[in-house]
Design a protein around this ligand. Structure first.
Ligand code: WTA
Length: 653
């Protein structure tokens, strides 16, 4: 754990109060209303959340709202519900039956809209296909799809039969997919013949074929036809979705009731990077997760029935789970999905989409915003963005310059911005403005959502003073919190409850200003945030040392204007191997194959040795300083061999 420090970009600027017209129609209309809610929820979080849970449909109500023995939380104990029933069936009895649930655009420009009735039909049919493949309640299903409506359909179909899904981002390599399939013990993989990205076809099925060579547990691979490209199909294992649907349809009507699922049953597993080489399978519950997803979507994005909500995250990440699929559908909103890249065919693709679909609420990542700034104002300026009324950001601290640009150029200075802080582990947003109530400050996530009790503490657990940097912890459980790390309860306890016993530690550094606003200062562990994606330095190091030429490696993050952090890898080679530009390229591709393109180092530095402590621990802090400032000024007294540092310095020159 390194000590958090305050960076220069995080200085309080001026306050941006919610525009009056916006405020009038917002779900939470004033600071006084927020403060009242917060105060009440602080005294009794369980009762606040129980009220939120009542907005869902329960087949059986719970007997106890919350049960907590650190590190294990249970929410809505004894309650039974179904996520797909809540996202679909219950809307069919209302006027929303013919409302658009999903509006979708493919990268080539093809479009589809599914009403709640149509989405329900698709999900039921899909669930019947899964059942015909032998998938049962409790079985794990891996989903490796592009951003097409079938991704949401597949997730909801799994939820319908009570089979936890593990969605793996389509940008991950075959190797990363294999590791995730094995860790979750998935019996079925859902994929497509490809997906479109920057005009190219992502060979998803080829990757799956590679991955499942060594996953004996996988009985079936279900393939969605998206691109029409030829793919190889292994008899007995691989099944085309459209063919199986036709077979089942010939046998009669589709029907699949939504299973009664226990509130605490896992809904999904999401792999995320931690401080070791092995990604963690974060798993979320059913009742608590959906409660958290639904109320935060409603209050923070202030969604109204007439709104079109576009969260640009891929369903392979938690943001895509909670704010593309489950949150919006649970509250009967219209969610927009886009398959491809933001700069295809041109850098104005997003603005073109917003104009044509009249998107009202737009949620994206700071790294994307910084890219838009770089591409130039002329692209958004070509389009009518007047449908927008609220903007959001997530994934990393947003620098005030990017915030102000977003506010001015995209939001036309009329849209509030919700800077939402949360994590894969938290299931939903925990710190964020409520857009009709909270005056915002560029760069701050502002205040906690009702029912959430964060604090900034010192190493010894005592609370920090105002503006003193410290560690961000969550003092009370909340319904969307992870229920564990799949198959590894010890790591779960140690990772999140080991530093401050009984209290959840986020891994982030933060400070609170005199108004009580939270300013997130980034990770204090060996996790780096690259273009809004979490990567463990250990994960990249493990990938590098698998290469035949590499003896040892140490990976650090260096601040990057566009991506937040860039990846710098220090590499020592095995005897007889010679460094060079070719090998650098080879190593980058190798990491791409092992993990995925997002993990490819931006810079590789060959060195004879790495700086270590006497106990053999690599001193990443020194490498970080070297990579960032070009020299080391901090304490080096624990260094075992001083000449290593000298050599590294010399190589620098
Ligand atoms: C960072 C994404 C500052 C933080 C939902 C956190 C943020 C990690 C913000 C989680 C924000 C996320 N301001 N930092 N608004 N949102 N982070 O698991 O370091 O991919 O711990 O979840 O991203 O990343 P994850």
């Amino acid at each position: 754990m390194s000590t958090p420090s305050i960076t220069s970009v995080q200085k309080e600027g001026k306050l941006y109060p919610p525009p009056k017209a916006f405020q009038k129609k917002a779900h939470i209309k004033s600071m006084a209303a927020y403060r009242k809610l917060y105060k009440r929820s602080y005294k009794n979080p369980a009762s606040f959340w129980a009220k939120a849970a009542k907005e869902l449909h329960w087949f059986k109500t719970w007997t106890k709202a919350m049960q907590w023995t650190a590190p294990n939380a249970k929410w809505f104990v004894g309650g039974k519900l179904n996520v797909s029933y809540n996202c679909l069936d219950r809307h069919l009895a209302t006027w929303r039956r013919n409302k658009a649930a999903i509006v979708w655009e493919g990268e080539p420009g093809d479009q589809r809209t599914l009403t709640y009735q149509q989405l329900y039909n698709e999900v039921v049919r899909f669930a019947c296909v899964l059942k015909s493949l032998g998938v049962k309640t409790g079985d794990r299903v891996a989903i490796y799809l592009p951003m097409i409506p079938e991704a949401a359909v597949a997730m909801l179909a799994c939820a319908r039969i009570g089979a936890p899904h593990s969605v793996v981002f389509g940008g991950f390599s075959a190797q990363a997919l294999k590791d995730r399939i094995l860790d979750a013990g998935a019996t079925c993989v859902i994929t497509a013949d490809g997906g479109f990205r920057r005009g190219q076809i992502v060979p998803l099925k080829v990757n799956v074929d590679d991955a499942v060579k060594d996953t004996p547990g996988v009985k079936h691979v279900l393939v969605v036809r998206r691109t029409g490209r030829d793919v190889s199909m292994k008899a007995g294992r691989d099944v085309w979705l459209h063919e199986r649907l036709a077979e089942l349809s010939a046998q009669g009507r589709f029907s699949c009731r939504a299973e009664d699922v226990d509130s605490e049953q896992p809904l999904c597993i999401l792999y995320t990077s931690g401080t070791t080489g092995k990604p963690k399978g974060i798993f979320h519950s059913t009742g608590g997760y959906l409660t958290h997803a639904a109320i935060t979507t409603k209050w923070i994005f202030d969604l109204k029935d007439e709104d079109t909500f576009w969260c640009t995250a891929d369903v392979g990440w938690v943001t895509g789970h909670t704010y593309v699929v489950y949150g919006p559908l649970a509250i009967g909103a219209t969610t927009f999905m886009y398959e491809g890249a933001p700069n295809h065919p041109g850098p104005d693709r997003f603005w073109d989409i917003i104009e044509r679909h009249r998107v009202n609420v737009f949620y994206t990542a700071p790294t994307a915003i910084r890219a838009f700034v770089k591409w130039g104002d002329e692209h958004p300026k070509k389009h009518d963005l007047s449908s927008l009324r609220l903007l959001g950001t997530v994934g990393e601290p947003i620098n005030p310059e990017a915030w102000l640009w977003y506010h001015r150029v995209i939001g036309g200075a009329r849209c509030p911005i919700v800077d939402t802080w949360w994590q894969t582990e938290t299931g939903g947003i925990l710190i964020s403005p409520l857009p009709g109530a909270t005056p915002t400050k560029p760069g701050s996530g502002t205040l906690p959502f009702p029912g959430i009790v964060p604090e900034v503490v010192r190493k010894d657990g005592t609370p920090c003073d105002a503006n003193e940097g410290g560690y961000l912890v969550l003092k009370k459980p909340w319904p969307g919190m992870l229920r564990g790390i799949w198959g590894d309860p010890d790591r779960f306890k140690k990772q999140y409850f080991g530093d401050f016993p009984g209290i959840y530690f986020t891994g982030d550094g933060a400070r609170r200003d005199p108004d009580g606003y939270f300013w997130i200062m980034g990770r204090v562990d060996d996790v780096i945030n690259v273009a809004g994606h979490r990567l463990g330095t250990a994960e990249i190091e493990s990938a590098l040392v698998l290469h035949e030429s590499v003896a040892e490696s140490a990976v650090v993050g260096r601040p990057d204007d566009l991506k937040g952090s860039a990846i710098v890898a220090f590499v020592t080679l095995k005897g007889g191997r010679s460094p060079g530009a070719d090998l650098k390229e080879q190593l980058r591709s190798h990491v791409g194959r092992e993990i995925g393109s997002i993990a490819k180092p931006d810079e590789i530095r060959f060195t004879d040795a790495l700086p270590k402590t006497r106990s053999g621990k690599i001193m990443r802090r020194l490498l970080r300083e070297l990579a960032t400032q070009g020299d080391v000024k901090g304490d080096t007294t624990t260094l075992e061999d001083f000449s290593v540092l000298e050599k590294l310095r010399a190589e620098e020159e």
